[in-house]
Design a protein around this ligand. Structure first.
Ligand SMILES: NC(=O)c1ccc[n+]([C@@H]2O[C@H](COP(=O)([O-])OP(=O)(O)OC[C@H]3O[C@@H](n4cnc5c(N)ncnc54)[C@H](OP(=O)(O)O)[C@@H]3O)[C@@H](O)[C@H]2O)c1
Length: 377
């Protein structure tokens, strides 16, 4: 089947080309397939990849920009293989920003033609690295006019992860002290912006190149984890700690910085890694046992709540994220974009952490590498 080019879409006026027709027209599109786990060279941009029919609450989004999250590169390398191996080839990508091309018959929250952004759940098999992505209506929200598609696509997956930790788990409130370990990444920066907007005072650890950005975002202290002794530099106790790094030393430090009754949340839960190692049947109960043991241990030894945080789709969170973006209180910098034909290069760059940012003095990790859809190299 012929794939409509950009020119086809711009030439046809809405009156001559109804969105109902578009719905039946897009039965296939370009997509980046991952046929097996491994390096970036495995990613294949293919044409004529089927677009499944929409379910009642589905939204078909014509992708204008998608982002490369650490989850994408980890999934490409085999993280989550206990779920995804039997489903290969899969399409990577969680975030998307674009326009609604068609909607399922029960969709009420967005309409055809609307500019939206959103993110898929970590276990979604058909990701967003495609000309057309399918999300449920609760996974998208109108894109603020103040953000470009590239800027918008950097935000939802990371910000929803931060939202889940700070709002759903720790239920942070005005006047509390929050520590974000690893504030230089997209989740960390989102968490700092959420906590500041909620009226909390925020301390964070980050690389030297991120210090100014985190202070500008409202953190009261941003400690360079390479140049400084973090445990000496940070004073006092916290109501919640979000640990985006999740190494044994950051976990120990985070827990020691908590007040009694505080919440420690790590992004590096072991459910997927244990399932990958031992299979779902043994791995999931083993992960539950590990988590339970730590929860009991830390409740007894420190009087704190311990949890593994995972991104979840959450319309309330996404709506709040949109409002913060509209108010100019949430933004994730984007340092480099790639056309979708260069998705391998985008993954290589994210793997090697070699993209220099505009404010970087040395090669650094970009907060987001973008893959732009429908842009020629
Ligand atoms: N559980 C979930 O559902 C979930 C969801 C999203 C992400 N994650 C995971 O969470 C992590 C962060 O994700 P992201 O999207 O924010 O990644 P990202 O945008 O790629 O950022 C990673 C940042 O971590 C910082 N960093 C590295 N080592 C550090 C250390 N020892 N101390 C302090 N900061 C350190 C670096 O910041 P500087 O540039 O300042 O050095 C780096 O830029 C990844 O491992 C990802 O896989 C999990």
């Amino acid at each position: 089947m012929r794939i409509p080019s950009n020119r086809d879409f711009t030439r046809i006026t809405p009156s001559a080309f109804t969105y109902h027709r578009l719905k039946s027209y897009v039965s296939d599109c370009r997509a980046v397939l991952l046929p097996s786990f491994g390096g970036p060279h495995l990613l294949q941009l293919r044409s004529h990849v089927p677009v499944p029919p929409l379910k009642s609450h589905d939204v078909l989004v014509r992708a204008r920009a998608v982002s490369v999250n650490p989850l994408d590169t980890r999934m490409r390398a085999g993280y989550g293989r206990s779920i995804f191996e039997r489903l290969l080839p899969i399409i990577l990508g969680r975030d998307v920003s674009g326009e609604v091309a068609a909607v399922g018959d029960k969709v009420r929250l967005v309409s055809v033609g609307e500019q939206v952004f959103g993110a898929l759940h970590p276990t979604a098999v058909r990701g967003t690295y495609a000309d057309y992505a399918i999300l449920s209506e609760e996974e998208v929200t109108p894109k603020p006019d103040s953000l470009t598609h590239v800027e918008a696509s950097a935000i939802p997956f990371a910000a929803l992860t931060a939202w889940r930790a700070l709002k759903s788990t720790a239920r942070i409130s005005e006047g509390q002290r929050i520590l974000v370990v690893g504030g230089g990444g997209a989740v960390g920066l989102s968490a700092v912006q959420f906590a500041v907007a909620a009226g909390c005072s925020v301390v964070t650890t980050c690389g030297s190149q991120s210090v100014d950005r985190l202070l500008a975002a409202g953190a009261e202290q941003a400690v360079d984890y390479i140049a400084e002794d973090v445990e000496l530099a940070i004073k006092g106790k916290f109501d919640a700690v979000l640990d985006t790094i999740g190494m044994p030393e950051t976990e120990r430090m985070g827990i020691n910085f908590l007040k009694r009754g505080g919440h420690y949340m790590t992004l590096q839960g072991e459910a997927a890694s244990l399932s990958d190692r031992y299979g779902l049947i043994i791995g999931l109960p083993a992960a539950t046992a590990v988590l339970l043991k730590k929860q009991l241990l830390y409740r007894f030894s420190h009087g704190i709540e311990y949890s593994w945080t995972y991104m979840r789709d959450d319309l309330e969170g996404l709506t709040e994220i949109r409002k913060l973006c509209e108010a100019g209180k949430m933004k994730i910098p984007v340092y480099k974009t790639f056309p979708i034909a260069q998705v391998k290069e985008a993954h290589e760059a994210k793997d090697k952490k070699l993209i220099p940012g505009p404010h970087a003095e040395k090669p650094k990790m970009p907060d987001k590498v973008k893959v732009l859809n429908n842009v020629s190299p």
